[in-house]
Design a protein. Structure first.
Ligand SMILES: [Zn+2]
Length: 213
């Protein structure tokens, strides 16, 4: 499987460099800034696109996922937001949820969704000049974990995310379910309609503006 990996930030660059030394089928593209839109000229031919970033970059991931979907490729984000690192979900597969639904679900379950949305927007346009700090051994840990997963166990990330706290060393997996109405992975089932959608519908009915877009 041909892979193109976009890396952003020092932590990500070091993991990407480890993968580059240990894999033949991976093309590393380092980004020196945050771009909500990817640069078409940077895109390589690939069956899997990965964003490995030292900071959140929601719009870049959404846009790359759309591109991957349009050419029948898969998409897979590995995003640090210290102390957390979130791996997955693997999108554009037969099972599981897409990245768009993952972002909507995170907002849906957040008690401060509007604030979270604003923070995402900040990161969409601002590159943090240096990483907030990471243990050098974590480069080896994430590098080896990704190496094994990409070569032997990629399917385990369909519809799943793995969250790891680099300070407490606590990690957990959780399922990601498609949001109602998503043409790719939503169930179209009324019972799966998200709370956020209902909230926005209610606001519209009442003549208010949408809280979440
Ligand atoms: Zn979806």
């Amino acid at each position: 499987m041909k892979i193109q990996l976009f890396s952003i930030g020092k932590f990500a660059d070091e993991i990407a460099s480890f993968l580059d030394r240990n894999m033949d089928n991976i093309q590393i593209t380092q980004l020196s800034g945050i771009y909500p839109e990817y640069d078409m000229e940077l895109l390589q031919e690939a069956e899997l696109f990965i964003v490995l970033s030292s900071q959140p970059c929601v719009d870049l991931c959404k846009n790359l996922e759309k591109h991957a979907y349009s050419i029948g490729a898969k998409f897979f984000p590995v995003i640090a937001n210290q102390p957390m690192v979130t791996i997955g979900p693997l999108s554009n597969t037969d099972e599981g949820a897409c990245y768009h639904c993952f972002v909507d679900r995170v907002l849906q379950h957040s008690p401060i969704a509007a604030v979270q949305n604003s923070v995402n927007e900040f990161y969409n346009h601002n590159m943090i000049p240096s990483d907030m700090g990471f243990h050098p051994a974590d480069v080896s840990m994430f590098g080896n974990w990704l190496l094994y997963t990409l070569e032997h166990n990629l399917g385990s990330l369909e519809g799943q995310i793995f969250n790891f706290n680099t300070y407490s060393r606590y990690g957990y997996k959780s399922n990601v379910i498609g949001v109602h109405g998503c043409e790719r992975c939503g169930t179209q089932n009324e019972a799966a309609r998200s709370y956020m959608t209902l909230e926005n519908m209610f606001k519209n009915e009442m003549g208010g503006k949408e809280l979440i877009k």
